[in-house]
Design a binder for this molecule. Sequence first.
Ligand SMILES: [Zn+2]
Length: 501
Amino acid sequence: MNDSVRRAAAILLLILGGVALWWAGNAAPASASANDAMRATIVAVREPAAVNDPRLKGASRFEEGGWIYVHLEGDPGAMGFQHGYLLAPEIADGFAAVSAGMTHSTQRDWEFFRKAAHEMLWPKIDAEYQQELQGIVEGLRARSGSKLDVDDIVAFNAFEELPDYYVPWLNKQLRAANAPNLKSPGNCSAFVATGSWTKDGQIVMAHNNWTSYRNGERWRIVFDIAPKNGYRMLMDGFPGVIASDDDFGINSNGLMVTETTITQFEGWDPKGQAEFVRARKALQYAGSIDEYTKIMLDGNNGGYANDWLLGDRKTGEIAQLELGLKAYKLWRTKDGVLSGSNWARDPQVLKVDAPEFDPADKESSPNARRVRWDELLKENKGKIDVGLAEKMLGDHMDTAEKKEDANERTLCGHVDGSARGVKEWAWDAHYPGGAVQGKATDATMTKEMRFVARMGHPCGGDFLAKPFLAAHPEFAWEEPYLRDMKAGPWTEFQSGQAAKK
Ligand SMILES: [Zn+2]
């Protein structure tokens, strides 16, 4: 529908709605059908009224290559409203899948997470992000009449930190008997390179997102955010969540950001600020590696603890911020490469924040991928560019078996294909998870606010839900949420982009 047709349809609905209201008001006695007409009128009127909401000014959405590109702009409340309104169907769908996963793995009900969001997280969220989260609720309501409230949306935004960081910490505090086996997640393979390592001597950054296919197939938003305060941002993300969360983003002051999580991390500070808030704030306000580090450290709650891989295209410098809770370490260089595949390397961080992790086990997913990154990046020293990065993200060399075999030890992860699973993340044999999408960019592209992204396995392989569930009935509980994850093409996105005609 083009704009004028949409407007005409809206006006027609308003007129019909008025007639129906008049009819309903005059019909006597009031009948069930009159009530139905009234209800239909309310539903019909809601959409055109919201379309004219001034908060939607400047916002837009289009789909390409399996991704949904959303442009948000303005003050925090307006950006939230745009987010909730434009992505209402995807937020409802994503919320259902994510909340089902959170309650299933923790054996806690949804009310538990709402309470944690309301009492522990909300009071420490900066006012501008409180407004943005509230805006999402209002946008959702305006578009679809959603019943989700701000506690639901805050708990949902914390889906990477509440179930796998807060709950295990709480179970330990409570000495909970029969507590479920919860492990911090192992999300992603990534690298950032600069200087003599790359083809043009400037920064190249790439990342693939590892998570359950159930969540990952919904991680398909490209957010182009032009906030009233702070820098312009381009990032991938999840519908309804204000941070990239997997994370891959660039800002208009030249900062390039990605990460991989720290395997077997333990710890939580209930007095700290939610990670999703700090991560979003750092991408929005940091213009340097030092500023980024400062924002992430300020109020660190230990949630979703990551090895952050950073680049500053203005200086050509890259950095790794290994952000534990009790310890952290920052490495930086203008000539080198830093990779991540869910392992911590600072002895102090390992000792105090991830004591169970075994860096010597060459057969574990994080360590086998670490070896592969070392090989692949060394082999390609001086040649690394975005095209090569795309291929690396789809790599299937298993360094433990020393052969090609798409499984839990390959940079492009296919844990469904492995009878070993990943015990360090409590992923059972054939767990439906692995690399769900990939992104890459370089310094030149970042200057122009561009990156490339591929939805689905970065190698181009498809995951098909029906045959998987037939072969693995132990995952039947995922059936209502698990879908096919078919790979799209590598697709370029840019800030301010309009839909291709
Ligand atoms: Zn693959």
